[in-house]
Design a protein around this ligand. Structure first.
Ligand code: MG
Length: 183
């Protein structure tokens, strides 16, 4: 812990909404499977990393933490800590959500774009949404997962790895109670 406190919703505010962005990239290396959005995808490569390399979960984790100015994934889960070796990134995502919940926030919706020449995201999208939803305490319809190739350009185009960009919206957790009280 490096003294990250994070920001809380303003007291007595009827509604506070914040937005965070997250980015992550990982290199492909044999053997498979590939884990993305908590879903093992049959493949001859995996994503290299200290944890399970799940770039979707990592980008989402940073987006959620960023929205609350509550640190980042590297500070929460150091890659120098042996306890994080091979760690399930869905657990890391859940811990980040728990951190912002303690500050008085909840996740409202997230949107993630996977940039890679492979795998084809559309075949795995629904499983990813189903796996990610309980970790973030949202319904699957609050989760968007999209795929893009890099049109063959650069390191992504050469198939060296994957990049993910995520945006998360968080709202003050007592939002619904406040709105109801005002009616
Ligand atoms: Mg990562």
């Amino acid at each position: 812990m490096t003294g990250v406190v994070g920001s809380r919703p303003a007291p007595n505010a009827q509604r506070t909404t914040r937005v965070g962005i997250g980015y992550d990239s990982h290199r492909f290396a044999p053997p498979g499977p590939l884990i993305l959005g908590g879903v093992p995808i049959p493949s001859d490569v995996h994503l290299e990393g200290h944890s399970d390399g799940d770039a979707v979960a990592h980008a989402l984790t940073d987006a959620i933490l960023g929205a609350a100015a509550a640190g980042d994934i590297g500070e929460m889960f150091s890659d120098r800590d042996p306890a994080n070796k091979g760690k399930d990134s869905i657990v890391m995502l859940g811990a980040a959500v728990a951190r912002i919940q303690k500050l008085g926030w909840r996740v409202q919706q997230v949107d993630v774009t996977i940039v890679a020449e492979r795998p084809r995201v559309s075949s795995h999208r629904e499983l990813m949404r189903a796996r990610l939803a309980p970790a973030m305490g949202v319904d699957t319809d609050a989760i968007s997962v999209k795929g893009k190739t890099n049109e063959g350009m650069g390191w992504i185009g050469r198939g060296e790895g994957i990049a993910c960009i995520a945006v998360a919206t968080i709202v003050s957790a007592d939002d619904s109670a406040d709105v109801a009280a005002d009616r």
